[in-house]
Design a binder for this molecule. Structure first.
Ligand code: NI
Length: 179
């Protein structure tokens, strides 16, 4: 069990495109996934991408039954997703408050596609394909962005809707905006 240090905004690696995984079911991959899992649990995150613990690999994990960080969010199944891709199933976008372990203490209102189809592989190389919406779709788009070297503040349309979670509590409780 290894809890890794989470890189925070400013680190070059967080702004770089991560490398494709070419081999599945390897010791390196299993170890990476364990470290990501341990780190995500320690930090109470709902998802984490490999670059956040310093590994330039297209690997994300996510999921929770109840989240302290997002107490109103419906559960999302625990998933390992490697070399993910997604496509929006409609142009509909929803703005909601987002945070990130690499941007500690801050939240911003970020528009994301409401409904998407995503694909990827598990650690054994088995294909995963799902159609999801809401929080689940938001997490995929957020974590996928990490693999492209994008952090959520870069997606905020109105920077007056970006600030410290401790101050934004009331706004966050009011929730999402329809476009
Ligand atoms: Ni993040």
């Amino acid at each position: 069990m290894t809890i890794k240090n989470v890189l925070i905004m400013g680190e070059d690696l967080l702004f770089q495109r991560a490398h494709e995984v070419t081999e599945f079911d390897t010791l390196t991959l299993h170890t990476l996934l364990e470290d990501m899992q341990d780190t995500m649990i320690k930090e109470s995150g709902v998802g984490i991408a490999a670059p956040q613990i310093g590994e330039s690999q297209r690997v994300i994990i996510f999921g929770f039954t109840h989240s302290e960080r997002y107490p109103d969010a419906p559960p999302v199944p625990h998933t390992i997703l490697i070399n993910p891709e997604y496509t929006a199933l409609s142009d509909q976008m929803i703005s909601d408050w987002e945070g990130c372990l690499s941007v500690p203490g801050l939240r911003g209102l970020v528009p994301r596609y409401e409904k998407i189809k995503y694909t990827g592989f598990d650690e054994m190389g088995k294909k995963i394909e799902r159609v999801v919406e809401g929080m689940h779709a938001r997490i995929i788009q957020h974590e996928y962005d990490h693999l492209e070297g994008i952090l959520f503040p870069q997606r905020i349309k109105d920077l007056t809707q970006f600030g410290f979670s401790s101050v934004l509590l009331e706004k966050i409780r009011k929730g999402k905006k329809q476009h």
